[in-house]
Ligand binder design. Structure first.
Ligand code: NAP
Length: 283
């Protein structure tokens, strides 16, 4: 029988615990999100983040700019937020307009407030095997989901399709730290199906419906990160869920799998940063 990796339910469980925790804090943690332009998907993501944050007692502030904002003005704002003690966590919603350097913007965020874990400091810590202030949200959410179902990674062959900085790369390192054998595939990978066939655990983060039943071995664990609208407007993942779920031992659905876990991780990260910033060193 195939078990569904239910991210939606787990997210609710995590949020309930976080709400109780925040209730006991003397002051509320705060998350500031910067949104540039009017990308409809970004607006939906940002509103969902705000609603979730507010529902559990995190003060959330969205700073909206038109897509014509200059890079200089945006960098100045980040500098200001870095210095503001009332701001515990900063998130810049991507993508940014082309005239603004994503790297410059991310590099300026104070690593202690970098709720996505994307700054070179936090990324470097992760890749050198040290602890970053926080781990990137989507990979962190995937590992929490696998842990919830007692899926042990030690010695497993994990194949990740997709090598982006937000999913594939950081996930590969986090999984390596759990003693899995990791293979990363991408658009130049030859004979993708031959590699995915060898996966004990397959994680797909591409954004196209490319993973079919014939590419996997029976009993494989399947984590679908992809999310996009098909030509009919239906929300889809990378995996042919209907057929792959017939042979997989565990599978995450889209929607309701990795997406909710990313939001839960964002809330966890906000609270972790808040707690680290508020540690009282004994006299
Ligand atoms: P991205 O930056 O566009 O990266 C996509 C990756 O897929 C690239 O590494 C690309 O290879 C690879 N790829 C493209 N076509 C391929 C093919 N035919 N065979 C093998 N690999 C191929 O995307 P992303 O930001 O990582 O996001 C990926 C998907 O996950 C999107 O649908 C996104 O919406 C979704 N996502 C969901 C969540 C969530 O919380 N659920 C979070 C983040 C992202 P190259 O590097 O060679 O170009």
């Amino acid at each position: 029988m195939t078990i569904i990796l239910d991210g939606k339910q787990l997210k609710e469980k995590i949020l309930l615990k976080l709400k109780e925790k925040i209730n006991n804090f003397e002051k509320k943690p705060s998350l500031t999100v910067i949104l540039v332009g009017d990308n409809p998907a970004s607006q939906i993501y940002v509103n969902n983040k705000r609603k979730t944050a507010e529902a559990i007692g995190i003060n959330s502030n969205i700073i909206k700019y038109p897509k014509t904002i200059s890079e200089k003005e945006l960098l100045e704002k980040i500098h200001e937020l870095n210095k503001d003690d009332r701001v515990n966590a900063i998130l810049v919603q991507l993508p940014l307009p082309e005239h603004i350097s994503k790297e410059k913007v991310i590099n300026l965020i104070n690593p202690q407030k970098d709720v996505d874990g994307f700054t070179p400091y936090n990324f470097g810590k992760l890749f050198s095997g040290e602890k970053p202030f926080v781990y990137p949200c989507t990979p962190k959410g995937i590992l929490i989901l696998l842990d919830e179902y007692n899926i042990d990674l030690d010695g497993k062959h994990v194949v990740i399709v997709g090598r982006s900085n937000i999913v594939g790369k950081p996930l590969s390192q986090m999984i390596l730290n759990r003693n899995a054998t990791v293979t990363i595939c991408h658009s130049h990978t030859k004979n993708l199906a031959e590699i995915t066939k060898t996966a004990d655990i397959l994680v797909s983060a591409v954004g196209e419906n490319i993973i079919e039943e014939k590419m996997l071995k029976s009993g494989c664990i399947v984590v679908d990160v992809g999310i996009f609208k098909d030509s009919t407007g239906r929300t889809r993942g990378d995996v042919d869920f209907e057929n792959v779920s017939k042979i997989a031992s565990y599978i995450s659905p889209v929607p309701g799998g990795v997406g909710p876990m990313t939001i839960a991780s964002l809330m966890l990260n906000t609270i972790e940063l808040f707690e680290k910033q508020n540690i009282k060193t004994p006299l």
